[in-house]
Unconditional design. Structure first.
Length: 298
């Protein structure tokens, strides 16, 4: 498979994640995490049938376990929490600050430096987030108000602030995972299946300790969970790793900045989230901020 096409496939799959989470029902975050990563593990096992790796040569350093499991477990748990506690489209946009944070974080790696483009890009991105958070937390109509009556968003989303905080943690965790992965280039893609398996086990343990069991209801919700595990929470990990090691990193990195746009469009087109002027403006600000930060001319 062409590695650049593999990277584009990952981007398209990630753009569907918010929609799948939104239609998966009220499944508790740890349980949803466990279910989706069971499927993700199966994706890796099927891959093994075709690739047949030499497990005797597969050595995963302890730090790689920490980064891999911490990144997958932490990011997806807080992502599910964010979309279940705050307006889906808004929380999704905040989460997609991670391309910007990757650029900012990489500026502190050896041989890199913080440039004016990083600062300007950050200002654009954070302006988009401030617009979303400000509109929602002060109770101003964000396109949902007409459906919520006099109570505004607070009746439908009682934990908006918690959801937004979780979305910010998502972006920080995934960007940290991505930047730290640069130092672990020698760890093969085969390791991802083990990260997925351990993540699912930890999620089920955490669910048993802290959550009430609420299973997906009906074909739509079960289908959403299955598709999450097959694509954005499964297949995308493997195709992206392959693309990063063999494809045009600059091209694929730039295309990542359009994930929030694609993701928001999917939510709006499917009727999962209503369109509003501040949602559109925030999408543009976050995307433009990431594009500016990626420039190397200034």
């Amino acid at each position: 498979m062409n590695p650049n096409f593999a990277g584009i496939a990952s981007i398209l799959m990630w753009s569907l994640l918010a929609y799948f989470v939104a239609i998966s029902g009220n499944v508790p975050p740890f349980l949803l995490l466990g279910l989706t990563f069971v499927v993700a593990t199966c994706v890796g096992l099927v891959r093994f049938l075709f690739k047949k790796p030499d497990f005797s040569k597969l050595k995963i350093p302890f730090v790689a376990w920490v980064v891999g499991i911490g990144g997958l477990f932490g990011y997806h748990y807080f992502y599910y929490v964010a979309l279940q506690n705050a307006p889906v489209a808004e929380a999704n946009i905040i989460n997609y600050l991670w391309p910007l944070f990757i650029v900012l974080g990489s500026a502190f790696l050896p041989g890199e430096k913080l440039r004016l483009a990083h600062i300007i890009g950050a200002l654009f991105g954070f302006s988009g987030v401030a617009l979303l958070v400000g509109k929602s937390l002060i109770g101003t109509d964000s396109g949902l108000g007409s459906d919520l009556g006099n109570g505004g968003q607070s009746e439908l989303y009682p934990n908006i602030a918690y959801g937004y905080f979780a979305a910010i943690l998502c972006s920080l965790i995934w960007s940290s995972y991505s930047v730290l992965s640069r130092a672990l280039k020698k760890v093969p893609t085969d390791a991802v299946v083990f990260y997925c398996f351990v993540t699912s086990v930890l999620a089920f343990i955490a669910h048993g300790i802290s959550e009430e069991t609420i299973w997906p209801q009906g074909m739509l919700q079960w289908g959403a969970v299955l598709l999450m595990g097959l694509m954005p929470v499964g297949g995308a990990f493997y195709t992206w790793d392959y693309a990063m090691k063999n494809g045009n990193i600059q091209l694929l990195g730039s295309l990542c900045y359009f994930i929030p746009v694609l993701s928001t469009l999917i939510l709006v087109v499917t009727g999962t989230a209503p369109m509003s002027w501040h949602l559109g403006a925030a999408t543009v600000l976050v995307t433009v901020g990431a594009l500016i930060a990626s420039q190397k001319k200034f």
